[in-house]
Design a protein around this ligand. Structure first.
Ligand code: 0RQ
Length: 502
């Protein structure tokens, strides 16, 4: 392991992951680093899971509460969930074992907007934070803390946690130093200053995280790579959804409704987001900027092609191939990429000011444009709302994208009424499937219906029209007509017969 701890006081606190894990108490609320598989602690959580298993075998209870930036990886969420060591989890997660335990009721999960989580903790809504476990790239001789491949809530956790454990990871490139912009001095709300970002590339903060050194109880060395997952090859459906969005932006620009250069773009996770980024690579838009949460492979390509001037985010979400490329060339990319605190990357004030174009995936949308991003058939949690609400509510143009069907056609993504609401019809501008763009802007709920049916899969269009025709007859009002006796019948049919088809 390379020596990345250049400060004597921190050097004296170096210990094994097992010894550090022994400092964690049953019932602790722990703030950990980590965001979409980047920059999460990789040694202490594994040791903690092993300790929890040993304690459970001896009949001793041991469970902790976990608050992250967003999703982490098997070494953290997976190991701790598997060891039955997690009592409570917030915010966004995508780990299969954690998801399973949330849905069996063994883990309490609070699905909170990513921009809200740090302010809520600072204001004490979630009680005391007993411990923070934060990954770093290096500790400099003067004690400066060089962050790693995500910032997330790290500065907030360092501000408020009673005790701190650092994992210093020598797999992370030392050239990441200078890529980060940490806005300090954020206290409890109400804040007494505006977030001074007027362009995606602004850097009002510091390159380093800060902490009261007296709180640091352990430093653990590590050299494990971030567990970035490879992207699936782009399929025809994703390419076609991306094509519809890019054609739409083209037309908007020609009609004078979209400034040139295009406002900063936010793109969610997943295949469609990648297909859009790939499409931009060959499209006509130049001088692009991005104000988003995660840096994806496609953004790296756009930077390489000279099309993307700057990308602001809070974390990497790269395939292993692109993570290696980032590590090799961080000195170049740190001029073009900025990683910020997630309460800044996802800040509604900044998103509104920049007029961001927000594009996120969804589970389902209804005839009127309400969107469900999180729940399967009303009750089962998939991942969480993540930052989609921060962006959808505050963007200048809010786009949701999805294939028109799931599970081989048994499920329609366009339904009479969503089985859970994350984003209301008031926030949704466009819904795009492989069948085209539903442009809901400026339309009343009833005017939206034909737009939504247009983008539904052909197998479900007549069923949607039938639902609406009956709803108009039986509803108690004509603003948003519903037949409440049938509104969720498609979901019920899916649960009882395995398909939404009648
Ligand atoms: O299930 O994994 O069992 O095959 O949901 O769906 O089509 O692969 O799409 O990976 O883009 O995820 C909304 C979940 C879409 C994601 C969601 C099933 C489908 C599959 C995944 P399998 P796809 P994606 C920035 C923004 C919320 C957070 C967010 C998400 C699985 O985009 O988590 O936007 N969004 N953050 O089969 C039943 C349906 C379904 C369905 C899809 N209608 N019914 N199952 N699936 N539609 C990032 C962050 O915030 C960090």
């Amino acid at each position: 392991m390379g020596n990345r701890i250049h400060n004597a006081a921190y050097q004296s606190k170096v210990m094994s992951a097992e010894d550090a894990a022994a400092l964690v108490n049953d019932g602790d609320m722990i703030g950990v680093s980590g965001f979409t598989g980047s920059g999460y602690p990789k040694a202490v959580p594994i040791a903690l899971a092993a300790r929890a298993k040993a304690l459970h075998a001896a009949g001793t209870p041991f469970r902790v509460s976990l608050s992250t930036g967003a999703s982490t990886a098997p070494e953290l969420d997976g190991e701790l969930a598997d060891a039955n060591a997690v009592n409570f989890r917030t915010p966004y997660q995508s780990d299969p074992e954690t998801r399973k335990k949330i849905n069996t009721g063994e883990i309490q999960y609070a699905d909170i907007h990513l921009s809200h989580i740090a302010p809520q903790f600072r204001n004490g809504f979630h009680g005391r934070m007993n411990l923070a476990i934060i990954e770093l790239t290096a500790i400099k001789a003067d004690g400066s803390l060089v962050p790693s491949s995500s910032i997330g809530n790290n500065q907030a956790w360092l501000d408020i946690a009673d005790k701190v454990i650092f994992e210093v990871n020598s797999w992370q490139s030392e050239d990441l130093e200078g890529m980060h912009d940490i806005l300090g001095g954020i206290k409890q709300v109400p804040l007494d200053f505006a977030i001074p970002i007027y362009h995606s590339g602004d850097r009002p903060g510091s390159k380093y995280l800060t902490v009261d050194p007296a709180k640091v109880i352990a430093v653990v060395e590590n050299d494990t790579p971030d567990r970035n997952s490879p992207f699936k090859p782009l399929d025809d459906v994703s390419k076609s959804i991306a094509g519809h969005l890019l054609d739409f932006l083209d037309l908007e620009e020609k009609a004078g409704r979209l400034p040139n250069p295009m406002p900063a773009m936010q793109s969610g996770v997943g295949n469609v987001a990648n297909a859009v980024l790939a499409g931009l690579l060959h499209g006509q838009f130049e001088n692009l900027t991005s104000y988003t949460e995660v840096i994806q492979d496609g953004m790296v390509d756009l930077i390489d092609a000279g099309k993307l001037e700057v990308a602001s985010a809070t974390a990497f979400s790269l395939s292993p191939e692109y993570a290696a490329k980032m590590n090799d060339n961080a000195k170049f990319y740190r001029e073009k990429i900025i990683l910020r605190n997630q309460e800044v990357s996802n800040n509604p004030e900044v998103i509104r000011r920049l007029g961001v174009i927000a594009m996120n995936g969804m589970i389902e949308a209804d005839l009127y444009g309400n969107v469900n991003s999180t729940h399967i058939m009303g009750s089962r949690m998939q991942n969480g709302i993540g930052g989609s609400g921060d962006f959808a509510r505050n963007a200048a143009l809010t786009v949701f994208v999805s294939p028109s069907v799931a599970k081989g056609g048994a499920i329609s993504a366009i339904v009479p009424m969503v089985s859970h609401v994350d984003h209301t019809e008031h926030d949704t501008d466009l819904v795009i499937t492989e069948y085209g763009v539903a442009d809901l802007r400026g339309k009343s709920p009833r005017q939206r219906v034909s737009e939504m049916i247009k983008v539904a899969h052909p197998d479900y269009r007549a069923m949607l029209q039938d639902y609406y025709d009956v709803a108009v007859k039986v509803a108690n009002g004509q603003h948003t007509p519903h037949d409440l006796s049938q509104a969720l019948s498609w979901h019920q049919r899916m649960l009882s017969t395995g398909t939404m088809k009648a």
